[in-house]
Design a protein around this ligand. Structure first.
Ligand code: OOG
Ligand code: NI
Length: 326
């Protein structure tokens, strides 16, 4: 029934380890994303096909993480995804201290991982960010609160709306006008993206470290050149490969596909939609003694990195996705 390329399916060998709704939920989210992300098909069909880096036919590409964007307003925001993810077998990873913060973009973010350690190498982490709406200009706030204000007093009914939005790849608020979208775009590309796309998946990040043949030794610069060669426009913000200060978390992304979007009142315009990211996690120094074949996900650098994420967020900006780059 699923039209998702089989390489992108998430497969658990023992499904008892997660609630029965978890995989169908993740696949539904991914299916809607795949439909509106032509760039993903170029990656899967043009580069990461069977034979590439030891991939055998029928083998799946691991998803390192899924990412969602939200408005930080009462009833919505990170907590609205938390309420969906906890019953699905996820837990919030408390960064000792505070959430990841991006002051210039007025964003905060956190991430979730599978509660059961046995499925952590298979179930994607989930990265969720929210924009601090109270820090935006009065005009931007008015647009966002005008369209999301209903959630503040709606109690548990909000969650029905949020879940429906997730399962249909939509927003739990009316379509904006083009004018509202453009006003937000001038101030915060992120806010404009959320206004249009709501809870649809922003990106999946494929786990390069899980490619059977290469995993740990894959050369990211060479990989980026291959993607460029296949016609993909790469996010060049701060360099093509984003590297964490400890050198152990490497990320790169293809800029978002621009897709026609139906605004209210029948207006249509191409806007940034979703993108594809790639992650390579390297071995933690304390596992230096392990042989390559003994390496598993738990021996690799975990989590996210503010400096990398700050640049990855730019994958949907007009500068990155604008005319001429694709
Ligand atoms: C998320 C950007 C950050 C990562 O892996 O660090 C990110 C976004 O664009 O919403 O995905
Ligand atoms: Ni990401």
């Amino acid at each position: 029934q699923l039209r998702l390329p089989k390489e992108l399916l998430i497969r658990l060998t023992d499904q008892c380890q997660v609630p029965p709704a978890t995989l169908p939920f993740l696949h539904q989210v991914l299916e809607l994303y795949a439909e509106r992300t032509p760039g993903l098909h170029t990656v899967v069909e043009g580069v990461m096909r069977p034979g590439y880096m030891g991939l055998t036919p029928g083998e799946t590409l691991g998803h390192d993480h899924f990412a969602f964007r939200t408005f930080g307003v009462p009833g919505l925001g990170i907590s609205s995804l938390e309420r969906i993810l906890l019953p699905l077998g996820y837990q919030r990873v408390e960064d000792p201290g505070a959430p990841l913060t991006f002051p210039a973009k007025k964003l905060v973010a956190t991430w979730f991982m599978a509660k059961d350690p046995r499925v952590r190498a298979v179930l994607p982490r989930v990265f969720v960010s929210e924009i601090q709406v109270e820090k935006l200009s009065p005009a931007a706030r008015e647009i966002i609160l005008g369209t999301t204000g209903w959630a503040a007093g709606a109690g548990e009914a909000v969650q029905v709306q949020v879940l429906t939005a997730l399962l249909t790849g939509t927003a739990p608020w009316p379509r904006p006008t083009l004018e509202q979208y453009e006003l937000l775009l001038k101030e915060s590309e992120y806010a404009a993206w959320v206004l249009a796309h709501g809870y649809s998946l922003n990106h999946t990040a494929l786990a390069l470290h899980r490619l059977p043949g290469v995993g740990p030794s894959l050369d990211m610069d060479g990989f980026v050149r291959q993607l460029s060669g296949a016609g993909m426009a790469m996010n060049a913000e701060g360099g093509l490969v984003k590297v964490s200060p400890d050198g152990l978390l490497l990320q790169c992304s293809v800029v978002a596909d621009r897709r026609p979007f139906e605004f209210s009142c029948g207006q249509q315009q191409d806007i940034a939609a979703a993108y594809v990211e790639f992650v390579k996690r390297l071995r933690l120094p304390r596992f230096a003694h392990l042989k390559d074949e003994e390496l598993r996900e738990e021996h690799l650098r975990d989590g996210f990195e503010v400096g990398n994420a700050d640049r990855i967020f730019e994958s949907t900006t007009l500068a990155a996705t604008g005319a001429g780059s694709k």
